[in-house]
Design a protein around this ligand. Structure first.
Ligand code: 5GP
Length: 158
């Protein structure tokens, strides 16, 4: 497990609390927290509670198919549910990591198209990312192992 950055469940708790503090200290008060599913689902949930923001939604994007293996481009798997409610709002887009940053770039682009004020928060930022998220907990260039995806999905016992 060399050359890997391992985030534990406990580390995730610390990371989300500290990321929320950075958002609060910046004076940004988001109306809605948008999770980039699936990787951003748990970070976004933790940030919604830590920031006391009750409105949350998710946008589903697929890019990585395996460790270091991606589709040609990030693709939207399903549209946002309530685009009517996004216009003019302050949105905080939350993801696990900005690696190439192309997923975040796509999502920010889509949301800005609805005239929203968009900021982004990630647990990890990588140097090569094409977007600079507004809030980053830690910088790394290693492959990150997150606690929610460190093990393969369960299979039913016969
Ligand atoms: P990006 O578009 O910034 O390259 O990354 C899109 C998604 O790929 C991330 O939100 C994350 O779910 C996944 N990903 C990218 N880099 C890593 C990594 O180092 N570790 C893990 N576990 N997932 C990653």
């Amino acid at each position: 497990l060399k050359n890997k950055e391992i985030l534990t469940w406990e580390g995730f708790g610390t990371a989300s609390r500290e990321l929320a503090q950075a958002v609060a200290d910046s004076g940004f008060e988001p109306d809605i927290i948008i999770a980039v599913a699936r990787g951003g689902l748990l970070p976004a949930g933790a940030l919604s509670y830590s920031l006391g923001v009750k409105l949350s939604d998710a946008i589903n994007v697929e890019f990585y198919t395996d460790v270091h293996e991606t589709l040609p481009d990030p693709v939207l798997l399903a549209p946002l549910l309530d685009t009517d409610n996004i216009s003019g709002k302050k949105l905080l887009v939350v993801d696990d990591v900005a690696d190439s940053g192309r997923t975040l770039a796509l999502v920010i682009d889509i949301l800005k198209g609805y005239d929203a004020e968009v900021r982004s928060a990630v647990i990890y930022g990588k140097a090569r990312s094409v977007v600079e998220p507004d809030y980053v907990w830690r910088q790394t260039d290693q492959w990150i192992v997150f606690p929610w995806s460190s093990e393969p999905p369960v299979t039913a016992n016969a």
